[in-house]
Write a protein that binds this ligand. Sequence first.
Ligand SMILES: [NH3+][C@H]1C[C@H](O)[C@@H](O)[C@@H]1CO
Length: 626
Amino acid sequence: TTVTVSSTASHPIPTTLWGQMFEDISSGDGGLYGELLQNRAFQQVTPGTSAALNAWQAVNRASVSVVADSVKLSNALPNALRVQIPTGVSGQTGVANTGYFGIRVNSAWTYTASFFYRFPTASSFRGNAVISLQTSSSQVLGSATVALSGAQTSWTQVTAKITPTSSPSATDNLFVVSVDGAAASGQTINFGLFSLFPPTFKNRANGMRMDVAEALAEMQPSFFRFPGGNNLEGNSLPSRWQWNNTVGPLTQRPGRAGTWGYINTDGLGLYEYLLWCEDVGMEPIMAVWDGFDLGGSSVAEANLQPYIQQAIDQINFVIGNPTTSAPAAMRSSLGHPAPFKLTHVEIGNEDFIGNAPSTIAYRWNHFASTLRSTFPQLRFLATSNVNSPRLTPQPQEWDLHVYQTPTWFAQNSFMYDDFARDGTLYFEGEYAAISTNPNDIFGSPSDGRLTFPTVQSAVGEAAFMTGLERNSDIVFAASYAPLLNHVANSQWTPNLVSFDSANVYRSTSFYVQKLFSLNRGDQYIPSTLPSRTGTLFWSVVSKQTNTIIIKVVNVATSAQTIAFNLPFSGISTTGTAQVLTGAATASNSPTTPNAVAPASHSIPVGKTFSYSAPANSLSVLTLGIN
Ligand SMILES: [NH3+][C@H]1C[C@H](O)[C@@H](O)[C@@H]1CO
Protein backbone atom coordinates (compact mmCIF):
# COMPACT_ATOMS: atom_id res chain seq x y z
CA THR A 1 0.00 0.00 0.00
CA THR A 2 1.35 3.42 -0.90
CA VAL A 3 -0.07 6.51 0.73
CA THR A 4 0.38 9.96 -0.74
CA VAL A 5 -0.08 12.68 1.83
CA SER A 6 -1.55 16.05 0.88
CA SER A 7 0.39 19.22 1.46
CA THR A 8 -2.54 21.10 2.92
CA ALA A 9 -4.76 20.38 5.87
CA SER A 10 -8.47 19.84 5.22
CA HIS A 11 -9.80 20.94 8.59
CA PRO A 12 -8.89 21.72 12.16
CA ILE A 13 -9.35 18.89 14.61
CA PRO A 14 -11.72 19.85 17.45
CA THR A 15 -9.99 19.97 20.81
CA THR A 16 -12.85 17.94 22.24
CA LEU A 17 -12.35 14.93 19.97
CA TRP A 18 -11.20 12.33 22.51
CA GLY A 19 -12.79 12.05 25.95
CA GLN A 20 -14.70 9.90 28.37
CA MET A 21 -18.26 8.77 28.95
CA PHE A 22 -19.18 8.08 32.56
CA GLU A 23 -22.16 6.81 34.51
CA ASP A 24 -22.42 4.86 37.75
CA ILE A 25 -22.32 1.29 36.39
CA SER A 26 -20.23 -0.41 39.10
CA SER A 27 -17.98 2.56 38.55
CA GLY A 28 -19.02 5.48 40.76
CA ASP A 29 -19.81 4.25 44.27
CA GLY A 30 -17.04 1.86 45.24
CA GLY A 31 -14.98 3.05 42.30
CA LEU A 32 -14.12 6.54 41.14
CA TYR A 33 -15.89 8.03 44.17
CA GLY A 34 -13.53 7.84 47.13
CA GLU A 35 -15.91 6.61 49.86
CA LEU A 36 -14.69 3.21 51.08
CA LEU A 37 -17.77 2.12 53.06
CA GLN A 38 -20.68 0.46 51.28
CA ASN A 39 -24.21 1.28 52.46
CA ARG A 40 -22.76 4.03 54.60
CA ALA A 41 -26.05 5.78 55.33
CA PHE A 42 -28.68 3.05 54.86
CA GLN A 43 -30.18 5.00 51.98
CA GLN A 44 -33.19 3.66 50.11
CA VAL A 45 -33.38 0.48 52.23
CA THR A 46 -36.28 -1.00 54.16
CA PRO A 47 -35.50 -1.07 57.88
CA GLY A 48 -35.46 -4.53 59.44
CA THR A 49 -34.55 -6.33 56.22
CA SER A 50 -31.27 -8.14 55.68
CA ALA A 51 -30.69 -5.98 52.59
CA ALA A 52 -30.76 -2.96 54.88
CA LEU A 53 -27.63 -4.37 56.55
CA ASN A 54 -25.78 -4.90 53.25
CA ALA A 55 -22.00 -4.71 53.92
CA TRP A 56 -22.53 -4.45 57.72
CA GLN A 57 -22.00 -7.14 60.35
CA ALA A 58 -22.15 -7.34 64.13
CA VAL A 59 -18.92 -7.60 66.13
CA ASN A 60 -18.71 -9.73 69.30
CA ARG A 61 -22.40 -10.34 69.97
CA ALA A 62 -23.72 -6.81 69.52
CA SER A 63 -27.20 -6.83 68.06
CA VAL A 64 -27.51 -4.52 65.05
CA SER A 65 -30.44 -3.56 62.89
CA VAL A 66 -31.47 -0.72 60.62
CA VAL A 67 -34.37 1.32 62.03
CA ALA A 68 -36.39 4.26 60.86
CA ASP A 69 -35.30 6.45 63.74
CA SER A 70 -38.06 8.54 65.32
CA VAL A 71 -35.47 11.32 65.41
CA LYS A 72 -34.24 11.37 61.82
CA LEU A 73 -30.66 12.35 61.06
CA SER A 74 -32.22 14.35 58.22
CA ASN A 75 -35.21 14.11 55.90
CA ALA A 76 -32.87 12.67 53.27
CA LEU A 77 -31.38 10.11 55.66
CA PRO A 78 -34.23 8.79 57.85
CA ASN A 79 -32.63 5.41 58.63
CA ALA A 80 -30.20 4.65 61.44
CA LEU A 81 -28.17 1.66 62.55
CA ARG A 82 -29.28 0.66 66.01
CA VAL A 83 -26.54 -1.10 67.99
CA GLN A 84 -27.55 -2.83 71.23
CA ILE A 85 -24.67 -3.83 73.47
CA PRO A 86 -25.50 -7.06 75.26
CA THR A 87 -24.85 -7.53 78.95
CA GLY A 88 -22.08 -9.80 80.10
CA VAL A 89 -19.83 -9.36 77.09
CA SER A 90 -16.18 -8.47 77.59
CA GLY A 91 -13.91 -6.94 75.00
CA GLN A 92 -14.73 -4.69 72.07
CA THR A 93 -18.23 -5.08 70.65
CA GLY A 94 -19.99 -3.15 67.92
CA VAL A 95 -20.31 -3.17 64.14
CA ALA A 96 -18.13 -3.68 61.06
CA ASN A 97 -18.37 -2.70 57.40
CA THR A 98 -16.80 -4.84 54.63
CA GLY A 99 -16.45 -1.99 52.12
CA TYR A 100 -17.02 -2.45 48.39
CA PHE A 101 -15.82 -6.05 48.13
CA GLY A 102 -12.85 -5.19 50.27
CA ILE A 103 -11.04 -2.25 51.88
CA ARG A 104 -7.45 -1.44 50.97
CA VAL A 105 -5.38 -0.57 54.04
CA ASN A 106 -2.25 1.42 53.23
CA SER A 107 0.09 2.64 55.96
CA ALA A 108 1.20 5.49 53.69
CA TRP A 109 -2.28 6.97 53.95
CA THR A 110 -4.12 8.80 56.66
CA TYR A 111 -7.80 7.85 56.52
CA THR A 112 -10.61 10.14 57.60
CA ALA A 113 -13.37 8.31 59.46
CA SER A 114 -16.61 9.77 60.70
CA PHE A 115 -20.10 8.86 61.82
CA PHE A 116 -23.16 10.41 63.41
CA TYR A 117 -24.56 8.99 66.65
CA ARG A 118 -27.21 9.55 69.23
CA PHE A 119 -28.51 7.70 72.28
CA PRO A 120 -32.25 7.15 71.67
CA THR A 121 -32.65 7.18 75.45
CA ALA A 122 -30.40 9.37 77.58
CA SER A 123 -28.02 7.34 79.72
CA SER A 124 -25.18 7.90 82.11
CA PHE A 125 -22.79 6.19 79.72
CA ARG A 126 -19.59 8.11 79.09
CA GLY A 127 -16.91 6.21 77.24
CA ASN A 128 -14.84 5.79 74.15
CA ALA A 129 -15.70 4.26 70.84
CA VAL A 130 -12.79 2.77 68.96
CA ILE A 131 -12.79 3.29 65.21
CA SER A 132 -10.44 0.80 63.63
CA LEU A 133 -9.29 -0.89 60.44
CA GLN A 134 -8.88 -4.58 61.00
CA THR A 135 -7.97 -7.70 59.06
CA SER A 136 -10.61 -10.35 58.65
CA SER A 137 -9.00 -12.12 61.60
CA SER A 138 -9.55 -9.04 63.80
CA GLN A 139 -5.93 -7.87 63.80
CA VAL A 140 -6.04 -4.11 64.31
CA LEU A 141 -4.17 -2.32 61.51
CA GLY A 142 -4.94 1.19 62.73
CA SER A 143 -7.36 2.86 65.12
CA ALA A 144 -8.55 6.04 66.77
CA THR A 145 -10.83 6.69 69.72
CA VAL A 146 -13.68 9.16 70.05
CA ALA A 147 -15.64 10.00 73.17
CA LEU A 148 -19.35 9.08 73.23
CA SER A 149 -21.81 10.52 75.74
CA GLY A 150 -25.11 8.98 76.80
CA ALA A 151 -26.39 12.52 77.25
CA GLN A 152 -26.24 12.99 73.47
CA THR A 153 -29.82 12.24 72.41
CA SER A 154 -29.71 14.46 69.32
CA TRP A 155 -27.58 13.59 66.31
CA THR A 156 -23.97 14.67 66.43
CA GLN A 157 -21.02 13.85 64.19
CA VAL A 158 -17.62 12.60 65.29
CA THR A 159 -14.53 12.50 63.08
CA ALA A 160 -11.16 10.84 63.50
CA LYS A 161 -7.95 10.22 61.56
CA ILE A 162 -6.48 6.76 61.25
CA THR A 163 -2.94 6.03 60.05
CA PRO A 164 -2.46 2.26 59.76
CA THR A 165 0.77 0.69 60.94
CA SER A 166 0.96 -1.82 58.09
CA SER A 167 -0.22 -2.38 54.54
CA PRO A 168 -1.50 -5.93 54.16
CA SER A 169 -1.77 -7.12 50.58
CA ALA A 170 -5.10 -8.70 51.51
CA THR A 171 -8.09 -6.42 51.04
CA ASP A 172 -10.73 -8.41 52.95
CA ASN A 173 -10.34 -5.89 55.76
CA LEU A 174 -13.00 -4.37 57.98
CA PHE A 175 -13.94 -0.92 59.20
CA VAL A 176 -15.02 -1.37 62.83
CA VAL A 177 -16.74 0.91 65.35
CA SER A 178 -16.75 -0.69 68.78
CA VAL A 179 -17.12 0.03 72.47
CA ASP A 180 -15.97 -1.87 75.55
CA GLY A 181 -18.60 -4.51 76.24
CA ALA A 182 -18.36 -4.24 80.00
CA ALA A 183 -18.40 -0.44 80.13
CA ALA A 184 -21.25 -0.18 77.61
CA SER A 185 -23.20 -3.20 78.84
CA GLY A 186 -26.88 -2.87 77.98
CA GLN A 187 -26.50 0.44 76.11
CA THR A 188 -28.37 1.19 72.86
CA ILE A 189 -26.68 3.58 70.45
CA ASN A 190 -28.02 4.76 67.09
CA PHE A 191 -25.54 5.49 64.31
CA GLY A 192 -25.94 7.20 60.94
CA LEU A 193 -23.94 8.29 57.88
CA PHE A 194 -20.66 6.57 58.46
CA SER A 195 -17.77 7.49 56.20
CA LEU A 196 -14.19 6.36 55.59
CA PHE A 197 -12.09 8.20 53.02
CA PRO A 198 -8.48 7.62 51.98
CA PRO A 199 -6.55 10.59 50.60
CA THR A 200 -8.27 11.72 47.40
CA PHE A 201 -7.21 12.89 43.93
CA LYS A 202 -5.94 16.47 44.34
CA ASN A 203 -6.94 16.17 47.97
CA ARG A 204 -10.55 17.13 47.19
CA ALA A 205 -13.01 16.77 50.05
CA ASN A 206 -15.58 14.12 49.14
CA GLY A 207 -13.31 13.44 46.21
CA MET A 208 -12.10 10.71 43.91
CA ARG A 209 -10.07 7.52 44.54
CA MET A 210 -6.53 8.43 43.56
CA ASP A 211 -5.38 5.43 41.53
CA VAL A 212 -8.60 5.24 39.50
CA ALA A 213 -8.62 9.02 38.96
CA GLU A 214 -4.99 8.99 37.89
CA ALA A 215 -5.63 6.22 35.36
CA LEU A 216 -8.52 8.19 33.83
CA ALA A 217 -6.53 11.44 33.81
CA GLU A 218 -3.62 9.60 32.14
CA MET A 219 -5.71 9.48 28.96
CA GLN A 220 -5.82 13.31 28.91
CA PRO A 221 -9.52 13.29 28.04
CA SER A 222 -10.96 16.57 26.75
CA PHE A 223 -14.54 15.98 27.84
CA PHE A 224 -16.48 13.98 30.38
CA ARG A 225 -20.01 12.89 29.56
CA PHE A 226 -22.15 12.35 32.66
CA PRO A 227 -24.33 11.29 34.48
CA GLY A 228 -25.36 8.69 31.89
CA GLY A 229 -26.16 6.60 29.98
CA ASN A 230 -28.90 4.46 31.31
CA ASN A 231 -28.17 5.66 34.85
CA LEU A 232 -29.55 9.08 33.88
CA GLU A 233 -32.85 7.60 32.80
CA GLY A 234 -33.80 5.49 35.81
CA ASN A 235 -35.92 2.35 35.73
CA SER A 236 -38.91 4.46 36.72
CA LEU A 237 -39.79 8.14 36.76
CA PRO A 238 -39.21 8.59 40.49
CA SER A 239 -35.83 6.86 40.33
CA ARG A 240 -34.48 8.96 37.47
CA TRP A 241 -31.26 10.91 38.19
CA GLN A 242 -32.15 14.27 39.71
CA TRP A 243 -29.39 16.87 40.00
CA ASN A 244 -30.85 18.56 43.08
CA ASN A 245 -30.70 15.31 45.07
CA THR A 246 -26.98 15.05 44.39
CA VAL A 247 -25.69 18.44 45.64
CA GLY A 248 -25.06 19.98 49.03
CA PRO A 249 -24.18 18.27 52.33
CA LEU A 250 -24.22 14.48 52.27
CA THR A 251 -26.97 14.61 54.89
CA GLN A 252 -29.16 16.19 52.21
CA ARG A 253 -28.61 13.49 49.59
CA PRO A 254 -31.22 10.68 49.76
CA GLY A 255 -29.54 8.46 47.18
CA ARG A 256 -31.59 6.56 44.64
CA ALA A 257 -32.18 3.13 43.22
CA GLY A 258 -29.67 3.28 40.39
CA THR A 259 -30.54 1.93 36.96
CA TRP A 260 -27.94 -0.81 37.26
CA GLY A 261 -29.53 -2.71 40.12
CA TYR A 262 -27.89 -1.18 43.18
CA ILE A 263 -28.40 1.92 45.30
CA ASN A 264 -26.47 5.04 44.29
CA THR A 265 -25.37 7.14 47.25
CA ASP A 266 -25.14 10.25 45.03
CA GLY A 267 -22.11 11.18 47.08
CA LEU A 268 -20.59 11.63 43.64
CA GLY A 269 -22.97 14.34 42.57
CA LEU A 270 -23.21 17.21 40.13
CA TYR A 271 -20.77 19.49 41.97
CA GLU A 272 -18.20 16.69 42.38
CA TYR A 273 -18.53 15.86 38.66
CA LEU A 274 -17.90 19.51 37.73
CA LEU A 275 -14.88 19.90 40.03
CA TRP A 276 -13.53 16.60 38.61
CA CYS A 277 -13.85 18.02 35.09
CA GLU A 278 -11.89 21.12 36.14
CA ASP A 279 -9.26 19.07 37.96
CA VAL A 280 -8.58 16.93 34.89
CA GLY A 281 -9.03 19.69 32.28
CA MET A 282 -12.16 18.26 30.72
CA GLU A 283 -15.27 20.05 29.64
CA PRO A 284 -18.57 18.49 30.65
CA ILE A 285 -20.97 17.02 28.19
CA MET A 286 -23.86 17.01 30.62
CA ALA A 287 -27.16 15.23 30.13
CA VAL A 288 -30.58 16.30 31.34
CA TRP A 289 -33.43 13.85 31.82
CA ASP A 290 -35.96 14.23 29.02
CA GLY A 291 -39.16 12.52 30.13
CA PHE A 292 -38.43 8.90 29.25
CA ASP A 293 -37.51 6.20 31.76
CA LEU A 294 -36.33 2.66 31.19
CA GLY A 295 -39.60 1.29 32.53
CA GLY A 296 -40.74 2.43 29.09
CA SER A 297 -42.97 5.30 30.18
CA SER A 298 -42.85 8.87 28.89
CA VAL A 299 -44.12 11.98 30.59
CA ALA A 300 -47.21 13.22 28.78
CA GLU A 301 -46.77 16.39 26.74
CA ALA A 302 -49.02 18.38 29.05
CA ASN A 303 -46.97 17.39 32.08
CA LEU A 304 -43.46 18.19 30.84
CA GLN A 305 -43.02 21.63 32.38
CA PRO A 306 -41.74 20.59 35.86
CA TYR A 307 -39.10 18.37 34.26
CA ILE A 308 -38.06 21.09 31.85
CA GLN A 309 -37.77 23.45 34.80
CA GLN A 310 -35.64 20.86 36.62
CA ALA A 311 -33.34 20.78 33.56
CA ILE A 312 -33.17 24.58 33.52
CA ASP A 313 -32.24 24.55 37.21
CA GLN A 314 -29.60 21.86 36.58
CA ILE A 315 -28.02 23.98 33.84
CA ASN A 316 -28.23 27.09 35.99
CA PHE A 317 -26.41 25.28 38.77
CA VAL A 318 -23.58 24.86 36.28
CA ILE A 319 -23.52 28.21 34.47
CA GLY A 320 -26.18 30.46 36.00
CA ASN A 321 -25.75 33.85 37.63
CA PRO A 322 -25.73 33.56 41.44
CA THR A 323 -27.51 36.90 41.78
CA THR A 324 -30.49 35.85 39.66
CA SER A 325 -30.66 32.05 39.95
CA ALA A 326 -31.10 30.05 43.16
CA PRO A 327 -29.32 26.98 41.79
CA ALA A 328 -26.42 29.21 40.74
CA ALA A 329 -26.43 30.82 44.18
CA MET A 330 -26.11 27.33 45.65
CA ARG A 331 -23.10 26.66 43.40
CA SER A 332 -21.57 29.85 44.65
CA SER A 333 -22.24 28.93 48.28
CA LEU A 334 -20.48 25.63 47.71
CA GLY A 335 -17.35 27.54 46.67
CA HIS A 336 -17.63 28.15 42.95
CA PRO A 337 -19.19 31.54 42.23
CA ALA A 338 -17.92 31.56 38.65
CA PRO A 339 -19.82 29.47 36.15
CA PHE A 340 -18.30 26.17 35.10
CA LYS A 341 -17.32 25.66 31.47
CA LEU A 342 -20.25 24.11 29.58
CA THR A 343 -21.03 24.02 25.89
CA HIS A 344 -22.84 20.79 25.12
CA VAL A 345 -25.97 19.57 26.89
CA GLU A 346 -27.47 16.23 25.92
CA ILE A 347 -31.24 15.84 26.03
CA GLY A 348 -31.92 12.28 27.22
CA ASN A 349 -29.72 9.29 26.64
CA GLU A 350 -30.93 6.86 23.98
CA ASP A 351 -34.21 8.07 22.57
CA PHE A 352 -34.00 5.39 19.89
CA ILE A 353 -34.72 2.40 22.13
CA GLY A 354 -38.04 0.79 23.03
CA ASN A 355 -40.98 3.11 22.69
CA ALA A 356 -38.91 6.26 23.22
CA PRO A 357 -39.18 7.08 19.48
CA SER A 358 -42.95 7.27 19.79
CA THR A 359 -42.75 10.24 22.16
CA ILE A 360 -39.41 11.84 21.34
CA ALA A 361 -40.92 14.30 18.86
CA TYR A 362 -42.91 16.22 21.47
CA ARG A 363 -40.42 15.65 24.26
CA TRP A 364 -37.55 16.99 22.14
CA ASN A 365 -39.67 19.85 20.84
CA HIS A 366 -40.53 21.14 24.29
CA PHE A 367 -37.14 20.49 25.92
CA ALA A 368 -35.05 21.78 23.02
CA SER A 369 -37.24 24.81 22.27
CA THR A 370 -37.30 25.94 25.88
CA LEU A 371 -33.68 25.18 26.66
CA ARG A 372 -32.37 26.74 23.45
CA SER A 373 -34.24 29.94 24.09
CA THR A 374 -33.21 29.96 27.75
CA PHE A 375 -29.56 29.17 26.99
CA PRO A 376 -28.83 30.35 23.44
CA GLN A 377 -25.10 30.00 24.07
CA LEU A 378 -25.36 26.23 24.56
CA ARG A 379 -25.59 23.46 21.98
CA PHE A 380 -28.07 20.65 22.58
CA LEU A 381 -27.63 17.05 21.49
CA ALA A 382 -30.40 14.74 20.38
CA THR A 383 -30.07 11.03 21.08
CA SER A 384 -32.67 9.46 18.82
CA ASN A 385 -31.78 7.98 15.46
CA VAL A 386 -30.56 10.74 13.15
CA ASN A 387 -33.60 12.45 11.58
CA SER A 388 -35.77 9.44 12.35
CA PRO A 389 -38.19 10.63 13.45
CA ARG A 390 -37.57 14.16 12.27
CA LEU A 391 -37.33 16.56 15.17
CA THR A 392 -38.26 20.22 15.57
CA PRO A 393 -36.22 22.28 16.17
CA GLN A 394 -33.64 20.58 13.96
CA PRO A 395 -30.92 19.24 16.29
CA GLN A 396 -27.58 20.99 16.08
CA GLU A 397 -25.82 17.86 17.34
CA TRP A 398 -26.53 14.12 17.78
CA ASP A 399 -25.09 11.51 20.09
CA LEU A 400 -24.69 8.14 18.38
CA HIS A 401 -23.97 4.83 20.13
CA VAL A 402 -22.73 1.56 18.68
CA TYR A 403 -21.72 -1.75 20.28
CA GLN A 404 -20.47 -4.26 17.77
CA THR A 405 -17.81 -6.83 16.86
CA PRO A 406 -14.16 -5.97 16.19
CA THR A 407 -14.75 -6.79 12.53
CA TRP A 408 -17.71 -4.42 12.34
CA PHE A 409 -15.55 -1.57 13.61
CA ALA A 410 -12.82 -2.34 11.10
CA GLN A 411 -15.36 -2.47 8.29
CA ASN A 412 -17.25 0.67 9.28
CA SER A 413 -14.47 3.19 9.68
CA PHE A 414 -16.04 5.12 6.77
CA MET A 415 -19.40 5.51 8.54
CA TYR A 416 -19.09 9.28 8.88
CA ASP A 417 -17.58 9.80 5.41
CA ASP A 418 -21.12 9.24 4.15
CA PHE A 419 -22.79 11.77 6.47
CA ALA A 420 -24.04 15.01 4.91
CA ARG A 421 -21.98 18.11 5.67
CA ASP A 422 -24.99 20.29 6.60
CA GLY A 423 -23.67 21.94 9.74
CA THR A 424 -24.83 19.18 12.04
CA LEU A 425 -22.15 17.86 14.39
CA TYR A 426 -21.87 14.37 15.83
CA PHE A 427 -20.74 12.87 19.11
CA GLU A 428 -19.88 9.18 18.98
CA GLY A 429 -20.84 9.03 22.63
CA GLU A 430 -20.61 5.31 23.19
CA TYR A 431 -18.73 2.75 21.13
CA ALA A 432 -16.95 -0.52 21.91
CA ALA A 433 -16.24 -3.87 20.37
CA ILE A 434 -17.95 -6.11 22.91
CA SER A 435 -18.46 -9.48 21.24
CA THR A 436 -16.89 -11.64 18.56
CA ASN A 437 -20.34 -13.03 17.71
CA PRO A 438 -22.21 -10.84 15.19
CA ASN A 439 -25.37 -12.79 15.92
CA ASP A 440 -25.31 -12.15 19.64
CA ILE A 441 -23.62 -8.82 20.37
CA PHE A 442 -25.04 -8.45 23.89
CA GLY A 443 -24.83 -12.11 24.86
CA SER A 444 -22.83 -13.93 27.50
CA PRO A 445 -19.12 -14.76 27.45
CA SER A 446 -20.00 -18.29 26.42
CA ASP A 447 -21.56 -16.82 23.29
CA GLY A 448 -18.79 -14.45 22.23
CA ARG A 449 -19.13 -11.57 24.72
CA LEU A 450 -15.82 -10.13 25.86
CA THR A 451 -15.09 -9.90 29.57
CA PHE A 452 -12.09 -7.63 29.02
CA PRO A 453 -11.06 -5.84 25.84
CA THR A 454 -8.68 -7.87 23.67
CA VAL A 455 -5.97 -6.81 21.23
CA GLN A 456 -8.42 -7.64 18.44
CA SER A 457 -11.25 -5.54 19.90
CA ALA A 458 -8.93 -2.62 20.63
CA VAL A 459 -7.41 -2.68 17.16
CA GLY A 460 -10.87 -2.84 15.59
CA GLU A 461 -11.77 0.25 17.60
CA ALA A 462 -8.53 1.89 16.46
CA ALA A 463 -9.50 1.33 12.82
CA PHE A 464 -12.86 2.97 13.50
CA MET A 465 -11.11 5.85 15.28
CA THR A 466 -9.01 6.64 12.19
CA GLY A 467 -12.38 7.30 10.55
CA LEU A 468 -13.52 9.49 13.43
CA GLU A 469 -10.31 11.51 13.13
CA ARG A 470 -10.70 11.81 9.34
CA ASN A 471 -14.27 13.00 9.82
CA SER A 472 -13.56 15.28 12.75
CA ASP A 473 -14.93 18.14 10.66
CA ILE A 474 -18.32 16.79 11.79
CA VAL A 475 -17.37 14.43 14.64
CA PHE A 476 -16.55 16.72 17.56
CA ALA A 477 -16.28 14.12 20.27
CA ALA A 478 -16.01 10.36 20.76
CA SER A 479 -15.81 8.12 23.81
CA TYR A 480 -15.55 4.42 24.52
CA ALA A 481 -18.20 3.01 26.86
CA PRO A 482 -18.45 1.90 29.56
CA LEU A 483 -15.44 3.62 31.03
CA LEU A 484 -14.96 1.90 34.36
CA ASN A 485 -15.95 -1.23 36.25
CA HIS A 486 -15.38 -3.06 39.53
CA VAL A 487 -14.36 -6.60 38.61
CA ALA A 488 -16.12 -8.00 41.67
CA ASN A 489 -19.47 -6.52 40.70
CA SER A 490 -19.67 -6.02 36.95
CA GLN A 491 -22.94 -4.87 35.41
CA TRP A 492 -21.44 -4.80 31.91
CA THR A 493 -18.35 -6.05 30.13
CA PRO A 494 -15.96 -5.18 28.59
CA ASN A 495 -14.93 -1.89 30.11
CA LEU A 496 -12.11 0.51 29.31
CA VAL A 497 -10.63 0.45 32.84
CA SER A 498 -11.32 -2.17 35.50
CA PHE A 499 -10.40 -2.19 39.16
CA ASP A 500 -10.77 -4.03 42.42
CA SER A 501 -10.35 -2.55 45.88
CA ALA A 502 -6.57 -2.36 45.54
CA ASN A 503 -5.67 -2.36 41.84
CA VAL A 504 -6.51 -0.65 38.57
CA TYR A 505 -6.38 -2.60 35.30
CA ARG A 506 -5.71 -0.66 32.09
CA SER A 507 -7.17 -2.55 29.13
CA THR A 508 -5.92 -2.87 25.57
CA SER A 509 -8.69 -0.48 24.54
CA PHE A 510 -7.52 1.96 27.22
CA TYR A 511 -4.11 2.06 25.55
CA VAL A 512 -5.71 2.68 22.15
CA GLN A 513 -7.76 5.55 23.58
CA LYS A 514 -4.67 6.93 25.32
CA LEU A 515 -2.50 6.66 22.18
CA PHE A 516 -5.07 8.59 20.12
CA SER A 517 -5.68 11.14 22.85
CA LEU A 518 -2.04 11.86 23.66
CA ASN A 519 -1.15 11.99 19.98
CA ARG A 520 -3.98 14.12 18.69
CA GLY A 521 -3.24 16.71 16.05
CA ASP A 522 -4.62 20.15 15.52
CA GLN A 523 -5.05 19.80 11.72
CA TYR A 524 -6.23 16.81 9.69
CA ILE A 525 -4.06 16.12 6.62
CA PRO A 526 -5.86 14.26 3.82
CA SER A 527 -4.09 11.33 2.17
CA THR A 528 -4.82 8.39 -0.08
CA LEU A 529 -7.96 6.83 1.43
CA PRO A 530 -7.77 3.34 2.91
CA SER A 531 -9.92 0.67 1.35
CA ARG A 532 -13.27 0.62 3.16
CA THR A 533 -13.19 -3.12 3.32
CA GLY A 534 -9.46 -3.50 3.73
CA THR A 535 -7.39 -4.45 6.73
CA LEU A 536 -5.00 -1.49 6.78
CA PHE A 537 -6.12 1.95 7.98
CA TRP A 538 -4.35 5.19 8.65
CA SER A 539 -4.89 8.82 9.62
CA VAL A 540 -2.44 11.70 9.17
CA VAL A 541 -2.52 14.81 11.35
CA SER A 542 -0.20 17.71 11.97
CA LYS A 543 0.62 19.07 15.37
CA GLN A 544 1.68 22.69 15.68
CA THR A 545 3.71 23.20 12.52
CA ASN A 546 6.61 20.89 13.03
CA THR A 547 5.20 17.46 13.72
CA ILE A 548 3.38 14.91 11.58
CA ILE A 549 1.59 12.07 13.35
CA ILE A 550 0.46 9.05 11.39
CA LYS A 551 -1.74 6.41 13.03
CA VAL A 552 -1.51 3.08 11.24
CA VAL A 553 -3.88 0.24 12.08
CA ASN A 554 -3.42 -3.30 10.83
CA VAL A 555 -6.36 -5.55 11.69
CA ALA A 556 -4.94 -8.47 9.69
CA THR A 557 -3.29 -11.39 11.37
CA SER A 558 -0.07 -10.83 9.43
CA ALA A 559 2.21 -7.82 9.12
CA GLN A 560 1.59 -5.36 6.30
CA THR A 561 3.97 -2.83 4.80
CA ILE A 562 2.75 0.69 4.11
CA ALA A 563 4.74 3.26 2.12
CA PHE A 564 4.30 7.01 2.60
CA ASN A 565 5.00 9.84 0.20
CA LEU A 566 5.14 13.10 2.14
CA PRO A 567 5.08 16.51 0.44
CA PHE A 568 6.95 18.19 3.21
CA SER A 569 10.61 19.07 3.03
CA GLY A 570 12.82 18.87 6.08
CA ILE A 571 11.41 15.65 7.42
CA SER A 572 13.75 14.28 10.04
CA THR A 573 15.41 10.97 9.20
CA THR A 574 14.41 9.28 12.43
CA GLY A 575 10.90 9.06 13.81
CA THR A 576 9.20 7.29 16.68
CA ALA A 577 6.76 4.41 16.51
CA GLN A 578 4.56 3.73 19.51
CA VAL A 579 3.08 0.30 18.91
CA LEU A 580 0.28 -1.60 20.61
CA THR A 581 0.15 -5.18 19.41
CA GLY A 582 -0.14 -8.75 20.63
CA ALA A 583 -2.06 -11.96 20.18
CA ALA A 584 -5.58 -11.22 18.94
CA THR A 585 -7.26 -12.63 22.04
CA ALA A 586 -4.79 -11.25 24.58
CA SER A 587 -6.28 -9.11 27.36
CA ASN A 588 -5.10 -7.19 30.38
CA SER A 589 -7.02 -8.58 33.34
CA PRO A 590 -6.58 -9.12 37.08
CA THR A 591 -4.68 -12.32 36.34
CA THR A 592 -2.67 -10.82 33.45
CA PRO A 593 -2.65 -7.09 34.26
CA ASN A 594 0.25 -6.20 31.97
CA ALA A 595 -0.10 -8.71 29.18
CA VAL A 596 -0.26 -5.94 26.57
CA ALA A 597 1.19 -2.43 26.69
CA PRO A 598 2.41 0.04 24.07
CA ALA A 599 6.13 0.05 23.29
CA SER A 600 8.13 2.74 21.53
CA HIS A 601 11.04 2.43 19.15
CA SER A 602 12.80 4.57 16.57
CA ILE A 603 12.06 4.12 12.90
CA PRO A 604 13.76 5.42 9.78
CA VAL A 605 11.55 8.07 8.12
CA GLY A 606 11.89 10.71 5.44
CA LYS A 607 10.03 12.31 2.55
CA THR A 608 9.29 8.76 1.47
CA PHE A 609 9.51 5.82 3.80
CA SER A 610 8.00 2.44 4.45
CA TYR A 611 6.72 1.01 7.68
CA SER A 612 5.88 -2.57 8.49
CA ALA A 613 2.73 -2.62 10.60
CA PRO A 614 2.67 -5.71 12.82
CA ALA A 615 -0.33 -8.02 12.81
CA ASN A 616 -3.15 -6.87 15.10
CA SER A 617 -1.60 -3.49 15.75
CA LEU A 618 -2.02 0.23 16.22
CA SER A 619 1.15 2.19 15.46
CA VAL A 620 1.51 5.89 16.13
CA LEU A 621 4.32 7.24 13.95
CA THR A 622 5.67 10.66 14.92
CA LEU A 623 7.85 12.59 12.48
CA GLY A 624 9.52 15.94 13.08
CA ILE A 625 9.72 18.59 10.41
CA ASN A 626 12.85 20.62 10.74
N1 LIG B 1 -26.80 0.00 27.12
C1 LIG B 1 -25.65 0.94 27.05
C2 LIG B 1 -26.16 2.19 26.46
C3 LIG B 1 -26.46 3.10 27.62
O1 LIG B 1 -26.44 4.46 27.28
C4 LIG B 1 -25.37 2.75 28.60
O2 LIG B 1 -25.79 3.10 29.86
C5 LIG B 1 -25.18 1.25 28.46
C6 LIG B 1 -23.79 0.77 28.73
O3 LIG B 1 -22.84 1.64 28.25
